[in-house]
Design a binder for this molecule. Sequence first.
Ligand code: BDR
Ligand code: CA
Length: 314
Amino acid sequence: MARKLIVDCDPGIDDAVALCMALFDPRLDVVAVTATGGNIPGAQASRNVQALIERLDPPRYPRIGIVSSPKSAPHVDARFIHGDDGLGNQSLDVSVHHHRHAADKVIIDEVRAAPHEVTLLCLGPLTNIAHAFQRDPELPNLVDRLVIMGGSVCGIGNITPTAEFNIYADPISAQQVFQSRTTKTLVPLDITTQIKLTLDFKVDLPLDTSRAGQLLHPMVNFVFRSYHQHLGQESIHLHDAVALVAVVNPELFQSSDIFGQVETRGQLTSGMTVFDRRPQSHASPNMEVMTEVDVMAVTNCIVRGLAHAGRLTG
Ligand code: BDR
Ligand code: CA
């Protein structure tokens, strides 16, 4: 049976790639896609989720959850990497929806509709997950598993010297989620940055005669340019696509159970993830953390997942 999945995301080019893979993967039943502010502000994230689903037109439409609370606006964005609209400045149209539901409400409804069966894949700041857990304190026990792209075990960040973007953007929510009783798997930067996609990746993308290819080509071209201009790198990372592979092919990763927390106050270290790896530690592990990855196999999964989306949208 296909695994029920909610994708909570802040699209974002790597979020969009992950979504493209997830919506056509026969091993997954994507019951909802919820938007969170992060790479772009909340209203744009909501618009992007809708635009991506409408453009891809998957065989089964997931429910959509929008960012409803201006309070949840993150204090940072990553438009320098993803473009002003988050999707490589494609300015995608969306249809008008009159019945829009808040992301945290959609998460609660879908988890409650299938207790212990839903995996939540978290590809942006953890704002919606923390809100859902506050609104429904039993929810952490009813989720099958959270798979979170975020944090850094070695302590090197990508938005500050010590913090990874998703955790830095909303450290208080991240700490609440880390402390919750949910079963959690963390896919940190240490893992996602090992997957380096070079220019050959563009050749492997689906043809732009398919709906997936039409979306992907401009976004991937854009992100290669922004990595070159802003990071001085000729290869790109698709962090969120790696986290999706961790959901469907966990055997390609090795992990350790560790006690992890988020620094919420540090002047220099806000948003840093701190793991207790002391051999003599008495702290009980609160999450599984991916520590090793089969780089070649994960890269192939991304290429094959997108090719499959291309075939189904050709
Ligand atoms: C994470 O930050 C965002 O910019 C990406 O979409 C990814 O989720 C990587 O640190
Ligand atoms: Ca993201």
